[in-house]
Design a protein around this ligand. Structure first.
Ligand code: NAD
Length: 250
């Protein structure tokens, strides 16, 4: 395939983003790994290129910074084939209860999860529309659907619910252009996003309540996103895929 997929926040060594990068590269996509952490972005890009024989570039990018987004996407455009897919994976969570959350924390959660996805999408969408092909996938969360209760609090749940509205309205608008826009809503996935703050007893109790009796793995999410990015998935747009082991069935 002579197309490139951009994955934001894909530097985290045990994160969902690097799993998406590997899954898409296995399908032949060239890969751009963007992350606020430049060293880890480049490390993942190198590992992906080595494992799958595709072209891959890692670049620093704070997705909340419009100039940084523009610069990083320009780097991708000048060094890799045309951009065919964008996965807005960069995200932060916050377990702080609503009564305790500061204005700064609230804003930061929205900045990374919502504004970051907006800025990235805005920067790449013109090219996708003019070429008549695009796959955009946004990382929502089961917290958006069930009202928190996993790890993230009100700010996280509200921001991730915002992404569902963003995806659905954009899917409708871009439908005629060959650009699909979809969301995934993972449940508990075994990564480092909780930064050691999810205590083992609570985690065990959560797993006991999941019908499949295990936490999700990065590959559970990455496989669905790779499926949504296939050219053959052109009739899937505006959908939300739940990836939660049955913990929230609706
Ligand atoms: P992670 O913390 O392992 O990785 C997140 C990555 O985003 C990190 O590499 C970090 O450096 C990067 N990042 C943070 N702020 C950034 C910014 N401003 N600009 C660019 N990059 C930035 O998290 P993860 O568990 O792999 O989560 C990936 C996505 O999946 C997130 O959007 C998260 O909300 C979502 N999600 C995760 C779970 C879960 O249980 N792990 C569940 C539902 C949804």
């Amino acid at each position: 395939m002579n197309r490139t997929a951009i994955i934001t926040g894909a530097g985290s060594p045990r994160g969902i983003g690097q799993g998406i990068a590997h899954a898409l590269a296995a399908q032949g996509w060239n890969i751009a790994v963007l992350d606020i952490d430049e060293v880890s972005a480049k490390a993942v890009a190198d590992a992906v290129a080595e494992a799958h024989g595709v072209s891959a570039v890692g670049a620093v990018c704070d997705v909340t910074d419009k100039a940084a987004v523009d610069a990083a996407v320009s780097t991708v455009e000048s060094s890799l084939p045309e951009i065919g897919a964008l996965v807005n994976n960069a995200g932060i969570t916050s377990p702080v209860p609503f009564v305790e959350v500061s204005d700064e924390e609230w804003d930061r959660v929205f900045e990374v999860n919502v504004r970051g996805s907006y800025l990235m999408t805005k920067r790449v969408v013109d090219g996708m529309v003019s070429r008549g092909f695009g796959r955009i996938v946004n990382l929502s969360s089961v917290s958006a659907e069930r009202g928190g209760g996993v790890f993230g609090g009100v700010a996280y749940s509200a921001a991730k619910a915002g992404l569902l509205g963003f995806s659905r309205a954009l899917a409708r608008e871009l439908g005629p252009s060959g650009v699909t826009v979809n969301s995934v809503a993972p449940g508990l996935i075994d990564t480092d996003i909780t930064a050691g703050k999810l205590d083992p007893e609570r985690k065990a109790a959560m797993i006991a309540d999941i019908p499949t009796r295990r936490a999700g793995q990065v590959s559970d999410v990455a496989d669905v996103i790779a499926f949504l990015c296939r050219p053959e998935s052109s009739y899937l747009t505006g959908v939300t895929y739940d990836i939660n082991g049955g913990s929230h069935i609706h």
